[in-house]
Design a protein around this ligand. Structure first.
Ligand code: F6R
Length: 243
């Protein structure tokens, strides 16, 4: 696993966006894996800028989101499908029907998981997966104790994650959904390249476990140590508990 420490989030975002622009220019039908939350927002801003400057086009590319809340109404601004529309998709030129998220309102959520994995495979598999990390070491919404081999599935959010995400729901934890439909660690590990970004002291313990801890389901992100092409980009604060 490559670890790159940068002075701030802006430099992390530029580095990651440059590498995505290179990929899409080399492979116009590249399959991009989108994370939500605050960590990747700078990357999306840089990608929009590159598109507006004519440096890249996404018209033949694909996007697959990592996860989706279960049970939020279709017009809810925090529905991850809507978030990705707002923060990147509506500002660039993805072709209609090329960006997808797990269907958190499916009647049969158990079937929706494998169906999503099949869609990813049919598009050729994820070339470049952007990841954030939870304070409890989750990636996508694979909480501590998750299986390393699972595909897309329903996951119960821990109280810690719901508390962390309450900031997106006016600070009211009772409004944060209790379940998500999330790519499993098995799905994520199939991506050809993993790039995890994290900033701030609050992520320092999860980052120390990710980079220096044993591979353990207690810290789900540690499975990335077994990926052949995984990079972690962090600022000084997130790196502060590394030895
Ligand atoms: C969201 C996701 C989560 C977040 C993680 C960190 O799609 O996959 O794993 O990346 O919860 O969230 P932020 O970036 O908001 O700290």
């Amino acid at each position: 696993m490559r670890v790159i420490v940068q002075p701030d989030g802006d430099s992390i975002a530029s580095l990651v966006a440059e590498s995505i622009v290179r990929l899409v220019n080399d492979k116009p039908n590249a399959v991009l894996g989108f994370a939500t939350g605050s960590s990747p927002l700078g990357i999306y801003r840089e990608l929009i800028k590159a598109y507006q400057e004519g440096k890249v086009s996404f018209k033949d590319a694909w996007g697959f989101q990592l996860d989706e809340y279960v049970g939020l109404p279709a017009d809810h601004p925090e529905l991850y499908r809507n978030v990705i529309r707002t923060v990147i998709e509506s500002h660039v030129d993805f072709s209609e029907g090329r960006v997808h998220a797990p269907n958190g309102t499916a009647d049969d959520l158990q079937a929706a998981g494998p169906a999503y994995d099949t869609m990813i495979e049919d598009a050729g598999g994820v070339d470049f997966q952007i990841l954030g990390i939870g304070t409890d070491g989750h990636i996508a919404f694979n909480e501590p104790g998750s299986s390393f081999s699972q595909g897309t599935h329903v996951e119960t959010l821990t109280p810690q994650t719901r508390e962390d995400n309450a900031r997106f729901f006016d600070g009211d934890i009772s409004r944060v959904p209790t379940h998500t439909l999330t790519q499993g660690l098995g799905t994520i590990m199939k991506a050809k390249k993993l790039v995890l970004v994290a900033e701030g002291e609050g992520k320092a313990e999860a980052i120390a476990q990710l980079i220096e801890g044993p591979v353990s389901a207690h810290w789900p992100a540690t499975i990335m140590q077994h990926h052949a092409d995984a990079t972690v980009l962090i600022d000084e604060a997130a790196a502060s508990k590394l030895e």
